[in-house]
Write a protein that binds this ligand. Structure first.
Ligand code: ATR
Length: 273
């Protein structure tokens, strides 16, 4: 029987996950079905339970259910525990295993696909929400010289410093506190890629040769990427590679086979113009 998987979110119509997993399944010869489910806002748990009862083996979870997915997990893995959020579930023997592969997908994209090693680098993450939470540990594991987190409300950034104190040393504060500091890798993990708002980030934050990375995908030149270009940054990227890499981690976790991400990234890349 074909094993069933799905991505659940609300809205879900925009999700590329069914196409990405179909491409992985074809390339690796795995017999799976992967669909998109629009979960009712007040019925996440019931929808997941119905999917399990119908033989579902695993799910990806996207906005707005990443925190609820953490709550229903019987076995949250470390990546999910530390992020406090979940983007992949595996159903096995009545248990719900949970992972958060977003941060690992981001790091794999930066290092393997974009060719930028994080070791010894000065890394700035803009934003202190869920996307940042997921990114901190995978980045810290690469031993950068510094991880700085800037947020509009500095208190939220300081909260992350406290939450992660046992696992990573973070420099946190507001954007104005970055005056005079330069970073080799600047990540936009705020929602401004979606809302098209400007970030209060100084041009001087980008070191010569810096990588500017927008975590959202398919939005073209976002205000953050335009700011980076205006500051002279040549190396810019959006989150298409992160999206495909996190999918590859989930696929391997579920199926035990590692798909090749390059052709899938190429297929979904939208030019940054
Ligand atoms: P996600 O889970 O996608 O990270 P979130 O938890 O809602 O989303 O976090 C959104 C992030 O974008 C926050 O860091 C937010 O900053 P505040 O905590 O100060 O609100 C940031 N953000 C949203 N709009 C912004 C803007 N116009 N300028 C700067 N930061 C912004």
């Amino acid at each position: 029987m074909t094993d069933r998987y799905a991505v659940i979110g609300n809205p879900i119509g925009h999700s590329k996950s069914p196409l990405i997993h179909a491409a992985f399944a074809l390339a690796t010869g795995q017999d799976i079905e992967y669909t998109a489910i629009e979960g009712p806002l007040d019925g996440f748990k019931a929808t997941v339970e119905a999917f399990i009862a119908a033989g579902g083996r695993g799910m990806n979870v996207t906005i707005p259910f990443k925190l609820q997915a953490f709550e229903i997990a019987t076995d949250p893995m470390e990546s999910a525990r530390l992020a406090g959020a979940v983007n992949a579930l595996k159903f096995e023997g009545g248990r719900i295993f949970a992972q958060n592969f977003d941060g690992l997908g981001l790091v794999n994209d930066i290092q393997r696909n974009l060719g930028v090693s994080l070791a010894g680098k000065r890394v700035l993450i803009c934003g202190a929400g869920g996307a940042t939470r997921g990114a901190i540990l995978p980045i810290a594991a690469q031993k950068p010289a510094l991880i700085a987190i800037a947020n509009r409300s500095a208190d939220k950034a300081h909260g992350l410093k406290r939450d992660f104190a046992a696992h990573a040393t973070l420099q946190t504060g507001g954007y104005e506190e970055l005056a005079g500091e330069r970073f080799d890798v600047v990540l936009n993990a705020t929602s401004t890629g979606l809302t098209q708002a400007d970030l209060p980030l100084a041009a001087s934050a980008f070191a010569p040769g810096a990588l500017a990375y927008e975590l959202v995908y398919g939005k073209g030149l976002t205000p953050f990427l335009k700011q980076a270009q205006a500051a002279g940054v040549q190396h810019i990227a959006d989150g298409v590679g992160m999206l495909v890499e996190q999918a590859a981690e989930a696929f391997e976790w579920w199926r035990g086979v590692r798909p090749d991400t390059q052709p899938v990234i190429a297929r979904f890349t939208v030019p940054l113009v």
